[in-house]
Design a protein around this ligand. Structure first.
Ligand SMILES: *[C@@H]1O[C@H](CO)[C@@H](O)[C@H](O)[C@H]1NC(C)=O
Ligand SMILES: *[C@@H]1O[C@H](CO)[C@@H](O)[C@H](O)[C@H]1NC(C)=O
Ligand SMILES: *[C@@H]1O[C@H](CO)[C@@H](O)[C@H](O)[C@H]1NC(C)=O
Ligand SMILES: *[C@@H]1O[C@H](CO)[C@@H](O)[C@H](O)[C@H]1NC(C)=O
Ligand SMILES: *[C@@H]1O[C@H](CO)[C@@H](O)[C@H](O)[C@H]1NC(C)=O
Length: 380
């Protein structure tokens, strides 16, 4: 008996470090969320017991020397983040989120296509994450790239993982997590991501399952985060199928959950299904509204019979105000349905964007609720 346990100790000591953190995390249900340091809540407001991973956003890339920087005004929030959220939940893991530049990839290419630039970036990302106590790194805002850039993008992830593994060995610290976020792809898109390298080198990839149709870009209404939809309408289920078709498997895929919706100005009064002519955003500059704001907006119209309804076909919530403003968003029922979808399809978990928009943690608890029910069902 004693020798058996000593033997297993021996094996644990020797093989645990070699199997590395990125395989360990694959077996956990990921409940992640973005904290934007510029938002109105502070890290101590985050109910971190509802999450397994929290991402602190955004740090940026200096496109002159490819080093990571954090705005001076935000720096103290980043350095205190890990300790603050862990005081409520010591098991939560924290990640430093790096903004890759968004829809225009020119800067990103200039980093990807030169070995010395990639090296500076990788080194700086690891040093910055460690110096502020983060346990992982996230890259968000990298658009799909043309075929000519795929190999370099893949190389970046390969080198990044190698450096992270090497740094963990040198420092005797647990290996940093490495994750990224990716956008929706249509079957017809010639741009793509280096899915094979992503599969091998990242702990997970966050599928940005929102902002498909927005009032600043589209002149007919569309659901920005529908789970399902007819052919030719972007929706999360078809987006995930497309990623899978291009070689990315579900077990490292984390579904994005939006804590925001959009307000559209309707051209024709009362015409409020999808594909109704729209003349731009309503209520805010780009029409985007955080969940908390949407709920208070709804309450302010409560006496005038404005009620939101759950659209079961698309898995979204929607309402119309005065026949001229149409809002689509995710309420508790949509969030729950998406979390169930993630479970059923064998995805790795979910990632919320963004925490400050929740209303008294109602949406965050919706994901948690489902999780506990599932655990009960399987007898844990
Ligand atoms: C930080 O700096 C970047 C780049 O200069 C800027 O785009 C961003 O708005 C700043 N963010 C905050 C929160 O100050
Ligand atoms: C970016 O790097 C250049 C060159 O090292 C430096 O002069 C500049 O101050 C850096 N910018 C920021 C925002 O860190
Ligand atoms: C790298 O990409 C940038 C931006 O697209 C381009 O200007 C530059 O010429 C490329 N460099 C190499 C070595 O290919
Ligand atoms: C780890 O140490 C080796 C040997 O000293 C060195 O070559 C390597 O660059 C180090 N890795 C990192 C990421 O610092
Ligand atoms: C709406 O946008 C489509 C394509 O983006 C364009 O072809 C069409 O002319 C636009 N319609 C109006 C009324 O602006």
């Amino acid at each position: 008996m004693a020798s058996t346990s000593m033997l297993s100790c021996f094996f644990l000591l020797f093989f645990l470090p070699l199997t590395a953190a990125h395989t360990a995390s694959s077996s956990t249900w990921v409940k992640a969320g973005y904290y934007n340091s510029a938002s109105e809540i502070s890290a101590s407001d985050i109910k971190s017991t509802l999450f397994t991973h929290l991402l602190c956003a955004f740090s940026f890339i200096n496109w002159t020397n490819y080093n990571i920087f954090i705005n001076a005004s935000e720096l103290h929030k980043f350095s205190a983040f890990t300790q603050t959220v862990k005081s409520q939940n010591p098991t939560v893991s924290t990640l430093l989120s790096i903004w890759a530049g968004g829809r225009d990839n020119t800067f990103l290419f200039s980093m990807l296509n030169q070995s010395s630039h990639r090296k500076s970036f990788i080194h700086s990302s690891i040093t910055t994450a460690r110096s502020h106590g983060f346990q992982g790194i996230d890259l968000i805002g990298a658009s799909p790239v043309p075929a000519s850039e795929l190999a370099d993008f893949g190389k970046l992830l390969e080198e990044w993982r190698a450096a992270i593994t090497s740094e963990a060995r040198n420092s005797s610290k647990p290996e940093l997590l490495l994750v990224m976020a990716g956008y929706y792809l249509r079957a017809s898109d010639s741009t793509s991501y280096p899915f094979d390298s992503m599969q091998r080198n990242l702990d997970w990839v966050h599928f940005l399952a929102y902002d498909y149709y927005v009032p600043t870009k589209n002149n007919i209404t569309g659901f920005h985060a529908a789970l399902y939809g007819p052919t030719n309408w972007d929706n999360t289920d078809s987006g995930i199928k497309e990623w899978r078709r291009r070689g990315f498997s579900s077990n490292k895929l984390v579904i994005g959950l939006p804590y925001h919706g959009y307000a559209w100005t309707l051209v024709n009064q009362g015409e409020n299904c999808i594909a109704a002519p729209a003349s731009g955003p309503a209520t805010t500059r780009d029409g985007s509204m955080g969940y908390k704001f949407i709920k208070s907006f709804l309450r302010s119209f409560g006496n005038n019979g404005v009620v939101s309804r759950f659209n079961n076909n698309f898995v979204v919530d929607e309402f119309t105000v005065a026949a001229t403003v149409w809002v689509d968003f995710d309420d508790v029922d949509s969030i729950r349905a998406k979390v169930s979808y993630a479970k059923e399809k064998g995805l790795l978990g979910y990632n919320v964007f963004q925490l400050a928009n929740d209303d008294n943690w109602v949406l965050s608890k919706a994901g948690e609720f489902n999780y506990q029910k599932t655990l009960l069902k399987i007898g844990l």
